[in-house]
Design a protein. Structure first.
Length: 273
């Protein structure tokens, strides 16, 4: 009798995965952008606040802090909201308050407008001080175009620069870009040297080593005029998982603190033991 009952039930167990597949499974919302930020000028650091869902004006919107420097990329941070991305700073009169701040203690520092695309856009945001105004420029930094082991050299210089990257040597004219794959290099550390040409001779103006690792990638921005050159190296660690980015999986709103019962006594007297 028991065997007969199980024979009747068994088809339902076999059909259960098919039934579950037919049901709609609620998916986690996908972020629209993965950003990293850096100051274009030297020796600048600032803490900003942003709403990952772009809903900062809401009274209980989730607000997170973001530290941006000029010497290195900020941590990766996700954005789920609509354009523009808005970075806030603490009002001058409220600098002593505890962060992150409610919106009434914040003012807009800068905004970045973007167009939505099919997947997650990956960009570096360059913050630049122009007088009292803070402007934002972006540069694409997707994993597809600049993958692991790839280094990109971008010239904003007014003259041709000459580079030696490990065993590879090349000239980089003004306004041009060159991609180098370091996976072919045997050394764990690859030296990057930049030269300017003066009177048919090459003058070394920059030199540093970068780690040749499959999780590393980077961009070198070159700015040069006459015999002066300024290099902004951007080194990214691709081993940092998306789940570790600022804003990952956070809700649009924070939960409000539960209100106290009306009949609850509210004595200001210290508790006597």
């Amino acid at each position: 009798m028991l065997v007969k009952d199980w024979r009747n039930v068994l088809p339902w167990f076999l059909a259960l995965p098919i039934i579950l597949l037919g049901q709609e499974i609620e998916k986690e919302p996908s972020p629209k952008a993965l950003f990293q930020a850096v100051f274009w000028e030297n020796d600048i650091s600032q803490r900003f606040t942003y709403a990952p869902w772009g809903n900062a004006p809401d009274g209980n919107a989730t607000l997170l802090n973001l530290n941006v420097h000029s010497s290195r990329l900020s941590p990766k941070f996700l954005y789920y909201g609509e354009s523009p991305l808005t970075l806030y700073q603490t009002k001058e009169s409220d600098r002593a308050e505890v962060t992150p701040h409610p919106i009434e203690h914040l003012e807009i520092a800068c905004q970045y407008e973007f167009q939505e695309q099919g997947g997650i856009r990956e960009e570096i945001l360059f913050l630049r001080e122009e007088g009292k105004k803070l402007t934002v420029k972006s540069y694409p930094f997707s994993s597809e175009k600049t993958g692991n082991g790839m280094y990109q050299f971008v010239s904003f210089a007014q003259i041709t620069t000459y580079l030696s990257v490990g065993e590879q040597k090349f000239a980089l004219p003004p306004g041009k870009t060159k991609n180098i794959n370091l996976s072919s290099e045997d050394s764990k550390n690859v030296r990057i040297t930049i030269y300017l040409k003066e009177d048919q001779e090459f003058k070394k103006v920059y030199s540093r080593k970068v780690m040749n690792h499959q999780s590393k990638r980077g961009i070198f921005f070159l700015r040069a005029k006459d015999d002066m050159i300024n290099i902004m190296p951007i080194i990214d660690n691709q081993s940092t998982a998306l789940v570790r980015a600022i804003g990952y999986g956070v809700p649009p709103q924070t939960k409000k603190a539960p209100e106290k019962e009306k009949n609850e006594p509210q004595s200001k007297e210290p508790l006597k033991l």
